[in-house]
Write a protein that binds this ligand. Structure first.
Ligand code: TA6
Length: 273
């Protein structure tokens, strides 16, 4: 049985599953803030549907291997155990190249993933080091599933004026809206966005403030009804209770020279109105 790593205390905590180092819970004052499908699979056979799956070394379909790369379906090593009740509890996981990864993507690397729980705050950082002698390039993303009371009352800001690829309508456009809302299948990859997004829940709810570091792009995804029904690890009615707002470096590939390190991450702060 995989041991889930817990950061924080009873009321304010995060849980991380070693399969993909997938954060599968973030609780604030005892309330769950991330979305994990009731049909999510935890047997290691596929990515966990929800929380924060880690996308590396490729975002999207990949001719060399599985969609979204192998990081989210690999077993990561816990290298720093959280100190419980210390207020700001930190866990560190690492993934290094292996025979399996080199068979798909023949490069030497180490990814270090740091999860830190603070006061109404969750910080997740990724450091990718090229430990080999050959330059490589990658795309990387935190595929964050936010839990919502109702997608139809949710808005996201920080995207106005950005070019984006609309995967549903197979089109490239410029975002004209100050606040985007979702009322159908949405799969937009926004380029060079604001470093801060506010995900609001309508009157009286709460707001997620997402502050990005060195992750210039943001993907906004909701499968809506038809795609929800088509996913075996996603409940047919669950699309109303979630939105993915995904911080990443995905519009272009990041080139990493030997012995260099890429560092990027996000801080999610919960603001209660
Ligand atoms: O991040 C949006 C996206 O690329 C969508 O196109 C959809 O495929 C989603 O990721 C989930 O992908 P998955 O491989 O986890 O089913």
């Amino acid at each position: 049985m995989a041991v889930v790593v817990v950061c924080g205390d009873v009321e304010n905590r995060a849980e991380v599953h070693p399969h993909g180092a997938t954060l599968t819970s973030w609780k604030v004052d005892g309330e769950e803030m991330t979305f994990v499908s009731r049909n999510a699979v935890f047997d290691g056979k596929k990515a966990i549907r929800g929380g924060i799956p880690l996308v590396f070394p490729n975002f999207g379909p990949w001719e060399l291997g599985p969609q979204h790369g192998f990081a989210r379906t690999s077993t990561w090593n816990l290298v720093q155990t959280p100190v419980q009740g210390s207020g700001n509890s930190v866990a560190v996981f690492e993934l290094e190249d292996s025979e399996q990864t080199r068979a798909i993507w023949n490069y030497k690397f180490k990814v270090r993933y740091t999860v830190s729980v603070g006061d109404h705050q969750l910080e997740t950082n990724l450091d990718v080091t090229n430990t080999g002698d050959h330059q490589f390039d990658f795309t990387i993303l935190l595929h964050t599933y936010f839990r919502l009371p109702d997608i139809r009352k949710t808005t996201v800001d920080g995207l106005k004026g950005c070019m984006y690829t609309d995967k549903v309508h197979k089109d490239r456009k410029t975002e004209s809206r100050d606040l985007i809302s979702v009322a159908a299948e949405t799969d937009n990859m926004y380029e060079a966005t604001s470093s801060v997004h506010h995900i609001t829940h309508g009157a009286g709810g709460y707001t997620f403030v997402v502050t990005k570091r060195n992750l210039p792009d943001t993907v906004v995804w909701n499968p809506w009804e038809e795609k929800a029904r088509a996913m075996s690890d996603f409940g047919d009615d669950e699309y109303t209770k979630m939105i993915c707002v995904e911080a990443g470096h995905v519009a272009s590939r990041y080139v990493l020279s030997p012995k260099q390190t890429f560092s990027g991450g996000q801080i999610i702060t919960l603001k209660k109105e």
